[in-house]
Design a protein. Structure first.
Length: 610
């Protein structure tokens, strides 16, 4: 579908969260994610507190309704700070340094005196019920093909605990991720459309990846805030992949537009009493649920006929939208009167008549129901669905939504308000020293696009450059080639020879790479630069090192003078005439035991044989 962004009054800004590659932000624990069994578990319940403004945050209130127990798993790389049993330590200086570089690269002004804040989070992902965050830079920009996109501000903050399992009233988290430093880049609402959102996200992502940040799935997260004229701002989370962003943005603005259009009609909605109805079901999942104690619970909605089936955009109905709210309370979905009740749910006409009678739905009325626990269903209707159904004359509500794999969105929680923040009293005001800012400025990393262009100029192929970054070998490459030059040879060693040697020696590639570290490779390359070894000897030398020979020994390649080889070949051909060139070469190679090069031998044989 073609979306006219300008006509819709589209407004969007993005937020990018990137993990930094250092230890934790407010304690001395290393930043390692553990896959082994935890050493201990701690259970907690979280309580609501009011924020700086004295109000309890709306999002916090919403999540507390779920009343859950949180279990935290820790080990020897977590400490009492993660458990909120010890005050935070001084901010990690390395993380701050990297953050400052990011601020500089995004053309921001650094805030020299900053207050660390606590941001209320009570989904349990922080043991304390808040996340520490500090705004250290503001008013920057990033260049895009469609002009500058403003960077409103950048935050340095703690990552949350890592969810392991979620049950209805119990959520288990690992503490290993809690407290890892994150940088959050927030752009101004300068983004023009979905494609521009993607471009901007990729541009900022490139800048972030030029710095010392973590790589791989889950280390970068993008959110986007969008609205159309007359609608409320919605934040969409959960883009692991910027590719899905474009389609999801389109779908979300069409949803907002659909609700906006609907709100201009006049509805007099009246919801009937919540009732239970027993039906003769045919579907297995229904039978199973009823056996487990589930009931059909629902009500009539006067004046709502046809509305559940109304499409907000192609394939996405108001009923779909409402069902996604019900899902947040653990219901699989909702059954409503605009669905194909016979085809989809195998209800008989008697069943349908019974539903209408029990709920008190006459012509012009709609009904909806869920199959589940009766008490929870009543609660869900009253707290979640009814308020939404009664607000049809208003545009969409301001909320946080999640991007689904099909590029539509689902409700996650209400939009947090300003009541969410209050100062972190356990920490002093953060003074960012001029010296640290200057040092960060002076040592800015090169952008990847700049590096790529230079590598191309140095003769590396595009494939090689891609693999260099993909296999995270760029730092090694830079370390070695900055000392010895010869970027093409260094690239070949790192990307090709190590793999070939691993295959030949039956060793793991990581094992080979551990032996052939930057120091060893720099030494071997220096010998090459000095002319003590030939490029053709590299593989043989490195193979020796991998097999346990010291680097000092391995580079002692006995050189045989080419006239000596030539003489020997001439004698051989005389002694054994008529053999194929390859056969002569095999004999010579064996005789000189790696001290001669195959290419050179072949050339001489060719010359003598004519
Ligand atoms: Zn710690």
């Amino acid at each position: 579908m073609v979306v006219d962004y300008e006509k819709l009054g589209f407004k969007a800004g993005i937020e990018i969260h990137q993990q930094l590659d250092t230890g934790k932000l407010f304690c001395n624990c290393p930043g390692v994610l553990r896959s082994d069994e935890p050493l201990f578990e701690v259970s907690r319940k979280l309580h609501l507190v009011s924020g700086e403004s004295g109000e309890i945050d709306v999002a916090a209130k919403y999540q507390h309704l779920e009343d859950k127990t949180f279990v935290y798993q820790g080990n020897d790389t977590t400490c009492l700070v993660e458990l909120d049993e010890e005050p935070p330590h001084k901010i990690n200086q390395e993380a701050l340094y990297i953050a400052l570089q990011i601020g500089e690269l995004l053309n921001c002004k650094i805030i020299p005196m900053a207050q660390v804040m606590r941001k209320t989070v009570i989904n349990g992902s922080n043991t304390s019920g808040f996340q520490r965050t500090v705004m250290f830079a503001r008013d920057g920009f990033v260049e895009t093909s469609r002009g500058k996109v403003g960077i409103s501000f950048i935050l340095l903050e703690e990552d949350s605990a890592r969810p392991v399992s979620r049950e209805k009233d119990r959520v288990v988290y690992k503490l290993d991720r809690l407290g890892l430093p994150l940088v959050e880049v927030v752009t101004a609402p300068d983004i023009k459309d979905a494609a521009h959102a993607k471009e901007t996200a990729l541009k900022i992502g490139e800048i972030l990846r030029s710095c010392k940040v973590r790589r791989g799935i889950g280390t970068i997260r993008q959110d986007i805030n969008i609205s159309v004229k007359g609608s409320n701002r919605v934040e969409i989370k959960g883009f692991q992949d910027p590719k899905i962003m474009e389609l999801c943005v389109d779908n979300e603005i069409l949803r907002q537009k659909g609700l906006l259009d609907l709100s201009k009609e006049i509805f007099k909605v009246k919801i009937g009493d919540i009732k239970e109805v027993s039906l003769a079901v045919e579907l297995e999942w229904m039978k199973k649920a009823i056996k487990g104690g589930a009931k059909f619970v629902g009500c009539s909605v006067k004046g709502y006929e046809g509305l559940f089936g109304r499409e907000l955009f192609s394939g996405y109905r108001l009923g779909t939208d409402l069902a996604r709210y019900a899902k947040t309370r653990g219901f699989g979905g909702v059954i409503h009167s605009d669905e194909d009740l016979v085809g989809k749910y195998k209800f008989s006409s008697e069943d349908i008549a019974r539903i209408k009678k029990e709920f008190g739905a006459s012509s012009g009325d709609a009904f909806l129901m869920v199959l589940g626990d009766k008490v929870n269903a009543e609660k869900m209707f009253k707290e979640v669905l009814f308020p939404r159904m009664l607000k049809l004359n208003e545009p969409n509500s301001s909320e946080v939504r999640n991007c689904l794999p099909d590029a539509t969105t689902e409700f996650l929680r209400p939009m947090p308000g300003s009541a969410r923040m209050y100062p972190e009293t356990d920490l002093e005001i953060l003074h960012i020293h001029r010296d640290l800012i200057n040092k960060a400025k002076k040592n800015l990393p090169e952008l990847r696009s700049v590096v790529e262009a230079r590598l191309k100029k140095e003769g590396l192929s595009e494939d090689m450059i891609t693999i260099l970054f993909k296999r995270d070998k760029f730092e090694d490459f830079k370390a070695i080639s900055s000392v010895v030059g010869h970027p093409k040879v260094v690239g070949k060693i790192l990307l090709l020879l190590t793999g070939e040697i691993a295959a030949k020696t039956d060793k793991d590639i990581t094992e080979v790479e551990e032996i052939l570290d930057v120091e060893v490779l720099t030494f071997v390359m220096e010998e090459l630069v000095k002319g003590k070894i030939d490029e053709g000897d590299l593989k043989m030398i490195l193979e020796k090192i991998v097999n346990g020979v010291s680097a000092l020994e391995a580079v002692k390649v006995e050189k045989v003078d080419s006239s000596e080889i030539e003489g020997r070949i001439a004698v051989l051909i005389k002694d054994k005439p008529g053999l194929r060139p390859n056969a002569y070469m095999g004999i010579i190679m064996k005789e000189f035991d790696g001290k001669v090069q195959a290419g050179e031998v072949m050339k001489i044989i060719g010359k003598i044989l004519g």
